[in-house]
Design a protein around this ligand. Sequence first.
Ligand code: ZN
Length: 182
Amino acid sequence: MTDPSPQAELIMAFANTLDVEDETDALADVPDLARWLAETGLTTSTPVVTAEDHQRCLRFRSGVRELLGTEDRQAHLLAEADSVLRELPLLVSATAGSALQPAPELPAVSRAFGALAAALAVLLITGENERIKRCPAEDCGWVFWDNSKNRSRRWCSMRVCGNRNKARSFASRNRRSPEADR
Ligand SMILES: [Zn+2]
């Protein structure tokens, strides 16, 4: 069993600010983003967030969610995330707590995005991102940690999405079953 690193926890929390099943978005608007950044400790206090910051953040999150999906990644979403990342320089440090840091001269909100970028970079370098998956169920899309031995988990939870999906294919195979008639 492998537990997620703090970087993995952060990126999963960021990706799951969008909850497809509940139709909620913890980053729905500018004040939401300001609150989330402060709550997660990415900024020391509630920052001043602009509409442009908010747009950048959503483009970045779409790309991260796309990257964590295991099938049919949409290149344009990844490219948009890259365009956000290009404006977030990172610094390698021998003295700071973690080796990869957002450039200190960045304004607070960009520094917070830079911290997310640094966390993502660590996951891609260590390969830990391969244990982070986005559930392929269209009405789910939850990002989860796959702690199976051979990283073979596909659905977010075998109890919920896994069984739900099995039930669905069973229902379509058995048209006359009570499940399908409901
Ligand atoms: Zn799911």
